[in-house]
Design a protein around this ligand. Structure first.
Ligand code: 0WD
Ligand code: CA
Length: 376
């Protein structure tokens, strides 16, 4: 039976037993070897169509092509098919996982400890270095498996939907870069569809369309199934992660200040690609107005070395150690708890995380009237 707490109850953190908190200091003091991270292997892939329908195909897979010189990233901004910001569940990931199970994928023989989108795992693992943005997760533990979903408060959702025009354009620059750098056919040069399209334009941006890979990996003793969007593959699709390429845009580096900013950002680039086994990141450096001036390929494994020893350095070992402690903490706390319960993890920058059970009213908010057990 669930306790009903009134929504105006004082912040739960004040009344929480300290066992419901995990502070960074708890992992900083246990320096030592890094927990092992297993090379991810792909279980299955899937696509979202322009109608945002899930399908177990590679219809949205794209191949890397050389972008034209000085590509203009503001091109066709007015034709962007924008996916509305909604709370995103893990339904697509679970459907893909079920399909992989039905095919008796050998990598699933040994059970799973965590199921999550890659973006969520990136947030968790980079949090020791996160200075500004907190986050909330919804967590369920069913049959020993932890399921994570991002929790966006109403306020955060509104914020995401009313981002400043300037910021929205910058986001678009990233998608336009993907259009120039990818093609539907391997080795195919992009042939513009509309009069007025520049050479090399790969088609108007539709952010409903995504190709996703679901991989299996392991951090410490925890086996994980992680799903994430993959921008394109280099030359051919092998069914493995070894040809995956991540595309990024970043402002041209004009001085030491920009360099520091970029090198801090590299942690997110690194962790995001590392978690899915993506070996290469192609960065388009652009002007503030959105013209690509240079491109550079970064090998994911080599990125940590680029920042090592610097004042603003980050260390992936710290992230892995934290991630391992975080998963161990949740496993210990949720073991033996009712499986229908939904838990909330809140991360506060510089501090760590707090865990609490949601009450029935809060769970209703999470489920949002859909027929689900918790968010599953
Ligand atoms: O709706 C949301 N708030 C989110 C949805 C946030 C994060 C993820 N997702 C969805 C994704 O759309 C996808 O279906 O979860 C699934 C897995 O995504 P992921 O790979 O775990 O997401 P992440 O690693 O955070 O982002 C990967 C890419 C982004 O590339 P960049 O280079 O910017 O990191 O997914 C795209 C984006 O291209 N992406 C989005 N595109 C449109 N609308 C969004 C969004 N809200 N979020 C991520
Ligand atoms: Ca990208």
């Amino acid at each position: 039976t669930k306790r009903r707490r009134s929504r105006s109850a004082s912040p739960a953190s004040l009344s929480l037993p300290s066992t419901h908190k995990l502070a960074f200091s708890a992992t900083a003091s246990t320096a030592g070897p890094s927990p092992a991270f297993q090379q991810p292997t792909q279980l299955i892939s899937f696509s979202y169509t322009p109608e945002r329908e899930f399908e177990l195909t590679d219809s949205a897979l794209r191949y890397l092509v050389q972008p034209p010189r000085n590509a203009q990233l503001a091109h066709a901004y007015d034709r962007w098919e924008r996916r509305p910001e909604r709370r995103s569940r893990i339904d697509g990931l679970l459907r893909a996982l079920s399909a992989a199970r039905a095919k008796r994928h050998p990598a699933l023989a040994s059970g799973v400890g965590v199921v999550a989108w890659r973006g969520v795992m990136t947030r968790i693992l980079t949090s020791p270095y996160e200075e500004r943005e907190g986050w909330d997760l919804n967590v369920m533990c069913v049959d020993g498996v932890l399921y994570f979903e991002e929790h966006l408060s109403d306020a955060r959702l509104r914020e995401k939907n009313d981002i400043e025009p300037r910021h929205r354009l910058q986001t678009y620059f990233g998608y336009a870069f993907e259009s120039y750098c990818t093609s539907h056919t391997p080795g195919g040069a992009n042939v513009p569809q509309n009069p007025g399209d520049p050479p090399g334009w790969g088609g108007d941006v539709d952010t409903n369309v995504q190709w996703c890979s679901v991989v299996r990996t392991k951090l410490g003793d925890t086996r994980m199934v992680i799903g994430g969007e993959v921008d394109c593959v280099r030359e051919k699709y092998t069914g493995a992660t070894d040809t995956f390429v991540e595309l990024k845009t970043s402002l041209v580096i004009r001085g030491p200040h920009d360099e520091v900013k970029f090198e801090k950002r590299l942690l997110k680039f690194y962790m995001q690609s590392f978690l899915l086994g993506v070996p290469e990141i192609l960065v388009g450096f652009r002007t503030p107005a959105g013209q690509v001036s240079t491109t550079q390929v970064f090998k994911t494994v080599e990125i940590p070395r680029l920042v090592r020893g610097k004042l603003h350095a980050w260390d992936p070992t710290t992230c892995l150690r934290w991630g391992n402690a975080f998963l161990g903490f949740l496993q210990a706390q949720l073991k033996g708890q009712p499986e229908r319960d939904v838990w909330r993890v809140r991360f506060t920058p510089g501090m760590g995380v707090e865990l609490r059970a949601l009450d029935a009213v809060e769970v209703e908010d999470v489920v949002a009237g859909e027929e689900r057990v918790g968010f599953l």
